[in-house]
Ligand binder design. Sequence first.
Ligand code: GAP
Length: 519
Amino acid sequence: MAKNEDLFKKVVSHAKEYGFIFPSSEIYDGLGAVYDYGPYGSLMKNNIKEYWWKSMVQMHENIVGIDAAIFMHPTTWKASGHVDAFNDPLIDNKDTKRRYRADVLLEDYVAKMEDKVQKDIQKARKRFGEAFDEEKFVTTTPHIVENRARQAAIMKRMAASLDANDLADVKALIEELEIADPDTGSRNWTEVRQFNLMFGTKLGSVADGSTDLYLRPETAQGIFVNFLNVQKSARMKLPFGIAQIGKAVRNEIVARQFIFRMREFEQMEMQFFIRPNTELGENGWFDKWRKTRLKWHLNLGMGEENYRYHDHDKLAHYANAATDIEFRFPFGFKELEGIHSRTDFDLSAHEKFSGKKIQYFDPETNQSYTPYVVETSIGLDRMFLAVFSHSLVDEQLPDGTVRTVLRLPAILAPVKVAVLPLLKKDGLPEKAHEIVRMLKYDFNTVYDEKDAIGRRYRRQDVIGTPICVTVDHETLEDGCVTIRHRDSMEQERVSIESLRDIIAREVDMRYALARLEEE
Ligand code: GAP
């Protein structure tokens, strides 16, 4: 099995075994692409939300939050374009009866071609060492130039066919490339057809008098329809943003990557309303949010090399610029967050469909107009997976043993401190409980007295607790404890009075938020 596949399996099993993520309704054999968060998972998820919310809302005077409902008037989805265009092209394999997204089959094919290129680059780097010039290598090595050109041609043809809704050509392309069912190798495909991803339901108790509804496939529309309510009630002046964290649901066709692509998930979205024509260019709002959001990610310290921008060539009908921030997941670089310049598409569409004027009166120019929008949209669960999969490592120790440790960014760790009495007697548990009582107002703190101290440290390592505090006999005499740091495993003796400050330095979100303000 490939190394990355192994890692991904380990991520899924670790998440379940240690109370982070469980398959939904597991006693009934689960439900496809739906998951529940356990004791540590829900704590960590809340920490991610807090980091996002504080950085977006609390730290920006001109951004406010809302919490809109999942049910919305059905015309919302006509106006937004979701009824007509929120489709994925699907294809079934007649032998295996498995369903795939036709575009994903093609993208995976191209990704495999690129894997070969990357392998050649690695080999060449090893061969040439310091002198290796990657740019020159990829632009002058004939088979790589040819491979990349073919990749581009495949993607271009797919994009053109999808744009023109020429689904027969999408199928023809799959056949020409001899793409087979990834699980069985069968090439017995059905035609490609469009499939709307929205879940429908009904409002009202009587079938006749009920209204057909959709469950929201994105949180953004709850912000657009509330634009005037928020702007007026909170007396906001352009430019300003509205942020929201909430559930969204999509009937995803391909949902086989754990919490990467779920049918019920959470989004953290912010719509930033601006004057028309201030979005593009070097000092435009699109570029500003693109940079601000990447900084938010890098601030977690998970390595610059694990992120990259992917600027879209093919834009959605409502956008005049779009970028994904991609992260290196165990299965390769994939979209983690999207930044979209959505022009005035959404507000204008809601104005047209509702018949209500949705405009902003600009006191500086004495004009009314429809604001433009730059959106930042990140999946909370996808962010969880990025952090969790990056942090899980098996570490070889000098004594030859292997330690499994979850090196979570300390501000996101579910438990911040574990207080451990060295022995279960001699007044040590009482002293340890006293320390828990002192710390629990500021930090999520646990107490553990079972098993040898080494095993207790390891128990905290697998859930990512950054700091363990050990109480021993000397503590009763000198008022000092031993602090053990998760990543370095280094230990230091500190006074109980200084504990709160020392821990806060490492785990308190305020320091991480302050770093975001630095130039
Ligand atoms: N309002 C814009 C919007 O919804 P999107 O690219 O469809 O744009 C934004 O979604 C983000 O939501 C993605 O970058 C991803 O992180 C997350 N996301 C989308 N579909 C998801 C799914 N099925 N499961 C988990 N996260 C998802």
